[in-house]
Design a protein around this ligand. Sequence first.
Ligand code: PLP
Length: 380
Amino acid sequence: MNQKIYLDNNATTKCSAEVLDAMLPYLKENYGNPSSTYSFGREVKEAISKARGNVAKLLNACDDEIIFTSCASESNVTAIMNAVQNNPEKKHIITTSVEHASIIETMKHLEDKGYDITYLPVNEIGQIDLIQLEGAIKDDTCLIAVMMANNEIGNIYPIKEIGKIAKRHNILFHCDAVQAVGKVKIDVKELGISTLSLSGHKIHAPKGIGVLYINSSVQFNPLIFGHQEMNRRGGTENVPYIIGLGKAVESILENDYQSNVEICALRDYMEEEILKNIEDTVIYGDKKNRMSNTSSLAFRGVNATELMLMLESFNIFVSIGSACNSEIALPSHVLVACGADLENYSPIRVSLDKNNTKDEIDIFIRNLVNVVNIIRKRGK
Ligand code: PLP
């Protein structure tokens, strides 16, 4: 069997060795409950505080503005429901048509309850129009929810400008920053963000741990009642995962975003070689405002599912659409929103990380060229 080449890091990342090392003592010997008042518990509580401090530093937030959750989906739902509960007289929300399922599905739920949701359209490169966004604001708008970076096409959205609009109109602004963390510098104060979510498993920590940032000026109603997390999120803390997340964040701070420069160079090399070697290739998204690691690629007449499966037979893993959508094999809502010609150009998503090498990318390109040729010949 060929070596495994994993090119789906927007779906999830490998837990790093330093994260695992940091977590293990909290599964083995330091298993105390952080709520216990004796030293065996207090030591664990201190370790959680350190992890919280790291996350706060990453976001330029205060420690007590950080809540640990079970995942970013929970953080997104909590932030939206909080905005709604705090403004019972306001029934309008603005979001985009390219958000993650945890946002879109919460909006649909609220629509069923009588809320008026504006799903901002995007242009052919997946960007929103800020004039349209501001024009959509109504007297009863309680929330603007826009992601920082898109998981499928990698677009980065104009968060600072949206923060200013939200502030001007005194509206809460929630930002799903799951894909942006570690790739884009985030200063929640400068960006005017009210609430923000992030997820451990996109930054080399385990799956099943998330963060919700809540600006101290925002009134907060918990989704899960209980005494932990300063009465804001009940449930005994997932200590090893919180420690792992804290370590992953520490690595981002130490690296100071340098690995993104290398990842971007590798992604750009890959795209150049593909464009050179495969005719009728399309790269979706906003190439001027895109995450360093993401490439959404389509080849005329090549079915993405078939392509993905053939690459899999060479032990190369790419995705079609997002991980959450790919099981259902629905056309990507993001590319549908972009008005993409999915009939002729159905995309695979390649998302790199610091563990990918040029050798891997060269093997991927070689196989991709062959497989695209085979599929195209078959189709003739
Ligand atoms: N938001 C975005 C943009 C994502 O890509 C994901 C995960 O794919 C999530 C939210 C959900 O994160 P989690 O898996 O931690 O619930």
